[in-house]
Write a protein that binds this ligand. Sequence first.
Ligand SMILES: Nc1ncnc2c1ncn2[C@@H]1O[C@H](COP(=O)(O)OP(=O)(O)O)[C@@H](O)[C@H]1O
Ligand SMILES: [Mg+2]
Length: 428
Amino acid sequence: MAEKKIRILIVDDIPEARERLQKLLAFESDFEVVGMASGGREGIALATELQPDIVLMDINMPDMDGISAATELRRSLPTVGVIMMSVQGEAEYIRRALQAGARDFLTKPPPTEELYATLRRVAEDVRSMAVLVSSEDKRDKKKIEVEEDHQTHIIAVYSPQGGAGKTTIATNLAAALMREGVRALLVDCDLQFGDVGVFLNLKPQATIADLIRSVDDLDTDLVNGVLVTHDSGLRVLVAPLRPEDANYVPTDKVPQLIEKLSSLFDYVVLDMSSRIDEMALTLFDMASRILLVLNPTLPALKNGVATLTMLGSLQYPEEKIQLVLNRVTPDLERSKVAIAVNIFEQRLRRKAFAVIPMDEKKVLFAVNRGISVIAKDRNQSPARDLIAMADALIEQLRPKQEPPATSQQLPAPAKPPASRLSRLFRGG
Ligand SMILES: Nc1ncnc2c1ncn2[C@@H]1O[C@H](COP(=O)(O)OP(=O)(O)O)[C@@H](O)[C@H]1O
Ligand SMILES: [Mg+2]
């Protein structure tokens, strides 16, 4: 098959470095060096003119450094993949390169095989993204605007335990929220090991990493191109496909992306990772509800208490955090093998919002076929319980009757301080 060549622009201020790369790339028939530049400014000009697939960009250059040039390219040519190169392989350099929108990082001089593999991988990524935006000139770019009176509910599904069933709960909740006239979006926020795509048997062309790059300039067509549609009509934004690609997602921009997307939906369900970091806390702040998923085990009880204590200092309203007990086994509870639901309720000082029974057969069947649990036997547990949970949530979030008159002069909500993590450690 005659594949299209990968068109590469080399930007480096040292002539020998440019030549070495050019020679290395000449050995492989799928690469084509379309141009070379000796500085950031010239690199941007050539990239604009030549529209390469990839820019191999040195960091340290006298006129305009690689970081500034990459930042500019991300804005002006979002479908060109920048691979940053530097003699320094330190974390700080890599972090800055990725923040600037680089898709990968190579230490100089790059080992030949690594250079080839990185180029091919990044080229594949940018090409699928380019397909999505190629019609950009022709189409009427419809910017996403936040509607004044639009009510979106963000629901974060969280657990301090791995494997507690966050993804199971999130995918089924999102699917169950879908009904006539309701727009629901499921976002995989487990950037490293997100498996929503697998749970729902989706074939994503692009991921959250691609949308983040254009977060300042999103339009509805681009969003629609990147979101995948599940058979149920549910829209899904999947996590990066390889764990290492999580590094390329600037986590500080995820909340901004979710906020923009949320203006297009009625419900946005977030499948979180177990990690509590600045990104998670910002998303928790934005959420109408946090579903705390726990299994009936002693470690889960301990971690559940710890999570509530920690989030307690954020002073969320009581009803914001809801307890979801998953994999509940009444038999084992009766024989005191599993920790009983009422013990969880006492220790966590709240009623369980939902109790989802353990059902290896039905849940495994669903997950291994890439369908939601609720797609089958809706009147039987656990599908029935998952649907009831979604119904209860819709009911809770339904706008209450407006009190008459004076309600317009509500005080503006207090702005959260810059770092939410520091708020946790200061204890509120
Ligand atoms: N109620 C349940 N009954 C039986 N198995 C379940 C249940 N909930 C989740 N599982 C299984 O547990 C495993 C972990 O669930 P998952 O949703 O991936 O957890 P997490 O996202 O919290 O890591 C999956 O194989 C899933 O099929
Ligand atoms: Mg998961």
